[in-house]
Every structure is written in structure tokens, then in C-alpha cells.
Ligand binder design. Structure first.
Ligand code: 8OZ
Length: 366
């Protein structure tokens, strides 16, 4: 990457992005309640935000078992592929680019959201200290059952099928969600992974599932169309590790050599402070990765412009600002005021607080 301006076009693998501003993956719980398929409303929402250099879709479960909240979209059924096709067509019609984020929640789920009311699955039978939304209320997550070693191949296969579906649905690429305390993160961390088989114990073993999944994805997509998201110092969904620097230094070093499109890090606590625990360093972790770096968490215009100018950050993913400002890139470029976000309409519902945030232009015309 040669120029270092947030608003200039940039090459990502074999893709040209119109700028370095990325729409972060954002859970909005607005898929069709019967079958978890995206639909026209979601297409409108993403198309409104196609000014981003790259959109990363909301997290999308790779299987019914991978679901942890009401009304999140899936990418395992034909109806879901059809629904996502509406989204990708609408984004492409506006000259945007969109990757889908592939998700398995692991233990961050509730029996009422699982097939046949079964227990969620996890590396170990330890409940997450967090809540989920079951469609009516926030409820404590259910205690999971530990996956049997013989089931790991099935999980990997489900990621592979989801990656194929993402291609059928017309996405430009995929992002592997290995952050925020979900299944792959649960395997990486010694707080949630107490396994004694080849998938637990040493950091090499805890990283095994992630690497097997990546290898499966690489059989479907070229490396330049696959990104990965990690949140090394986050405690989202009750995740913990006794030595996150050591764990993630290993994980990130292992990612080198695959030639992935990018490494995407949540810097600090997910959606919270950017401050890091003592001994932690995003800069040191970033330096271990030899490819494109996408930064996220609490960036505003100045922080983003400076980070990109410094050369240490290649792409900046904005989350909440993109919810309230469909024309975020234009506003950032012009240094304009941003719309305020309405916290009441973040999760679930219809167009209100979803597709009705005004652009500068629509505001001026009103
Ligand atoms: C907010 C609410 C539900 C899920 C994440 C997929 O944190 C999520 C998520 C965020 O990665």
C-alpha cells in the first residue's frame, strides 16, 4: 500500500477499495424470524452504506448450532443464500464491496435457540458468564456440552460449506470471526479451553481448530479474499486467558504464510475502552503480522487519519458510527457532524433506527 490517506483508494489483495474506511461487522438482529434469512430491508441497509471501502457483514451463523441470539442471519440454507444474494447485488449496484463474517457462537447461546433445545457446544462444559437475547428477554447463556474430538471434523466441514455458500451468495470475500468470546476464541483461550485432547492444553493445540478451519476456507476462497478478526485483550462474553500476549503472539505468527487479505483486531475491550492491560501491546502484535492490518474499536476521524498516515494501520473499521451515518465516509472526509445513534433500536425491529438514519444530503433536502 503506497499512499497513506484514509480517503484514497487502496488495493486489498486483488480488490480495489474506494477508500480505507471499513464498515465493521455489526449484529442488528433483523433477519426473517422464520429461517434466519436476510431480506430486502437488509439489502437496503447495506446498500446505503456502500460508500465504505469494504463492508463486513454482521456475524452470520454457519449452522443452526452456531446461533446464539434471536434473528441473526445464517449462511447454511438455500433461503439464506438467496437472501444474501439480494444484499450483495444491492451493494455491488452501488459500487461497494462486501465480505461476510462467518460465525459460530459456541457456548454463547441458550437451549431455546438451539436445534431440538439441545445444549450449546464449546471446548469445555463451562458456562460463559454472559447473557444472550432469546427473542423475548436477556437470559443467562446455557451451560454447554464439550465437543467430542470426533466432532471437530464436522465443525470444520460446516465452515467449509458456509464459505461455499458465501461464494454462491455473491460476496467478495469472507471474514473468519475468531473474536469476542465465540467458539474459535473459546478454543484459543485457556480460561474456556480445558481440553486434554489435541485441541486443548498448549497454545499450539488451542490454535488447532482455528488453523483447520482456515485451511478449509482456503480450499474454497483464495487467501486474498479471506480476512480474520481477533480480539486479543477483550473480555467480551466472559472470555479470559492467563497470558493473552503469548497466546495471540503465537496465533498471529501462525497466520503469516497463508497470505490472508488482512488481520482485523479489536483494540482493547470490544465496544469499550482502548486501554490495554499491563504488558499488553497491540503494536507488538501488529508487528508480528506481515500483511494488511485492519484496526477497530473507538476510532474517530482524527485517530483514524493519524493511524493511517503513520503507516501502522492500513484499514480502519468503524462500527457504531456506521449504524447512525450511512454516508459516514463523506462526513468523515468533509469533517461534518455525525448523527447520534439510538441505542433502543440497535438489536431487532424494522426500518426504524436501521434504514432511516438521514444522510447529509437527505437532511439538507428535508
Ligand atoms: C453484539 C450483540 C450480539 C452479538 C460480536 C457478533 O460481538 C457479536 C455481537 C455483538 O462479535
Amino acid at each position: 500500500m503506497t499512499n497513506t490517506n484514509l480517503f484514497n483508494s487502496v488495493r486489498l489483495g486483488d480488490l480495489d477499495l474506494r477508500n480505507r474506511v471499513v464498515m465493521a461487522p455489526l449484529t442488528r438482529n433483523r433477519a426473517l424470524p422464520d429461517g434466519d434469512a436476510p431480506h430486502a430491508l437488509n439489502a437496503e441497509y447495506y446498500a446505503q452504506r456502500a460508500g465504505a471501502g469494504l463492508i463486513i457483514s454482521e456475524a452470520s451463523q454457519i449452522s443452526p448450532e452456531g446461533k446464539g441470539y434471536a434473528w441473526t442471519p445464517g449462511i447454511y440454507s438455500d433461503a439464506q443464500v438467496e437472501g444474501w444474494r439480494q444484499v450483495t447485488d444491492a451493494v455491488h449496484a452501488n459500487d461497494g464491496r462486501i465480505f461476510i463474517q462467518l460465525w459460530h457462537v459456541g457456548r454463547v447461546s441458550h437451549t431455546s435457540l438451539q436445534p431440538n433445545g439441545q445444549s450449546p457446544v464449546a471446548p469445555s462444559a463451562l458456562a460463559a458468564e454472559t447473557q444472550t437475547f432469546d427473542g423475548t428477554a436477556f437470559v443467562p447463556t446455557s451451560t454447554p456440552r464439550a465437543l467430542d474430538t470426533s466432532e471437530m471434523a464436522r465443525i470444520v466441514e460446516e465452515y467449509r460449506i458456509a464459505a461455499r455458500n458465501a461464494k454462491k451468495a455473491g460476496f467478495d470475500g469472507i471474514e473468519l470471526h475468531a473474536a469476542n468470546g465465540y467458539l474459535l476464541d473459546q478454543f484459543l483461550r485457556d480460561g474456556s479451553n480445558k481440553r486434554t485432547d489435541a485441541y486443548g492444553g498448549s497454545v499450539e493445540n488451542r490454535t488447532r481448530l482455528l488453523i483447520e478451519v482456515l485451511e478449509a476456507l482456503l480450499e474454497v476462497w483464495p487467501a486474498g479474499r479471506i480476512g480474520i478478526r481477533l480480539s486479543p485483550f477483550s473480555h467480551a462474553n466472559g472470555i479470559d486467558d492467563s497470558d493473552p500476549m503469548a497466546t495471540f503472539a503465537y496465533v498471529i505468527s501462525k497466520l503469516n504464510g497463508f497470505g490472508l487479505a488482512y488481520l482485523h483486531l479489536v483494540e482493547g475491550e470490544t465496544g469499550g475502552t482502548r486501554e490495554l492491560p499491563e504488558g499488553a501491546s497491540i503494536t507488538a502484535l501488529r508487528a508480528l503480522f506481515d500483511g494488511t492490518y485492519m484496526a477497530n474499536n473507538g476510532y474517530d476521524r482524527d485517530l483514524a487519519v493519524t493511524a493511517v498516515e503513520s503507516g501502522s494501520v492500513d484499514l480502519v473499521a468503524f462500527g457504531r458510527p456506521f449504524i447512525a451515518n450511512p454516508d459516514l465516509v463523506e462526513r468523515l472526509e468533509q469533517g461534518s457532524d455525525l448523527n447520534e445513534i439510538d441505542p433502543a433500536t440497535l438489536y431487532g425491529g424494522g426500518a426504524a433506527g436501521y434504514t432511516d438514519y438521514p444522510t447529509q444530503k437527505s437532511k439538507a433536502a428535508a
